[in-house]
Design a protein around this ligand. Structure first.
Ligand code: GLV
Length: 325
């Protein structure tokens, strides 16, 4: 009998067929996210789970999945998975670091330019047939990245890749990292100083208990009037209510790829604001990056199903546990 694995997101048929040569596959193919109840039911007797950000994997689900040997997520972030429960149950969690660094850094820079040069707003303005005069000296004026101070919150691989790109723009770079890191041309500062001194603050930390609301109401209030917040990390890095207030008053601008609640609910206040550029969580969404992520996730899944260590494991401590006496 083949071991069972659950695929909790819609994937192309050829991938499911490839998996089905080795496993009994329970694949979700709904257009919405798999519900917690369906996931829990599907995991009965399953040894592997392939999932993504849209499927939270709670401690209850992990505890109930008594045969589960591996969770493999097609993402670098693992904040949708109850990591302490997985580790407690000795289940390695595979993720996909590295391969999405460049795509995500590109998107952060794209959001910086789109926000500071008001690109989405200008595009909408043209489509609304508001362009009735030719060139106008004061039309849709923005600010220059080359003259800006850009503050990077988090200097891991993505923050560093953003810094590398921005060096070409000639702007001043300042940054903060939880464990001090030296990055060429990035002046280290305290977190509050980054928010206070930057014209553009870009968030590149993982979401953890410590980084939740790292862009707090108090820190947003420290930002310069007219400054821009960029978030390609996780929605919960930002106190979204506070950001709504700052954007609503017109004091700040923002470029956001991630939100507290995804998809963004209908009638969300952001939708009516012109000073925020909104993207549907597409930081890693290029053909080659998504294919590399899937490849890593499949390798992790296969390794875990075969009782081998995962090449990209988010909780490597599962392999070093003291024997239980
Ligand atoms: C995307 O947000 C990821 O964590 O891969």
């Amino acid at each position: 009998m083949k071991p069972k694995c659950v695929v909790a997101l819609a994937l192309p048929d050829d991938i499911i067929e490839r998996l089905a040569t080795r496993y009994e596959v329970a694949a979700w193919n709904g257009s919405d996210a798999m519900s917690q109840q369906r996931l829990s039911d599907a995991l009965a007797g399953a040894e592997g789970l392939l999932c993504a950000l849209s499927t939270p994997v709670s401690a209850t689900i992990i505890d109930q999945a008594t045969e589960l040997k591996v969770i493999s997520t097609i993402s670098v972030g693992v904040d949708h998975i109850a990591m302490p429960a997985a580790t407690r149950c000795g289940i390695p969690v595979g993720h996909t670091p590295g391969v999405l660094v460049d795509s995500t850094a590109d998107l952060a820079v794209a959001l910086m330019l789109a926000s500071t040069r008001r690109i989405a707003e200008a595009d909408q303005w043209v489509r609304e047939s508001q362009w009735t005069q030719g060139w106008q000296s004061d039309l849709l004026l923005g600010t220059d990245i080359s003259q800006a101070t850009v503050g990077l919150v988090g200097l891991g691989p993505i923050g560093e890749a953003v810094a590398r790109r921005l060096r070409g723009f000639g702007c001043k770079l300042v940054g903060w990292n939880r464990t001090p890191r030296v990055i060429e041309d990035v002046e280290p500062m305290t977190l509050d100083q980054v928010f206070e001194q930057a014209d553009v603050v870009s968030l590149h930390t993982a979401l953890t208990e410590e980084t939740r609301h790292i862009a707090s109401r108090e820190r947003l209030a420290l930002m310069r009037t007219g400054a821009t917040l960029i978030n390609t990390g996780r929605g919960l890095l930002v106190d979204e209510h506070a950001l709504i207030d700052e954007l609503g008053s017109g004091r700040l601008r923002a470029g956001l790829d991630v939100f507290r609640e995804e998809p963004l609910p209908p009638h969300h206040p952001f939708l009516a604001m012109r000073n925020v550029v909104l993207l549907p969580h597409v930081g890693s969404a290029t053909l080659s990056t998504r294919s590399a992520m899937l490849q890593r996730a499949l390798e992790n899944l296969n390794a875990g199903m075969s009782d081998l260590p995962l090449a990209w494991c988010a909780n490597p401590e599962v392999y070093h546990r003291e024997p239980y006496i």
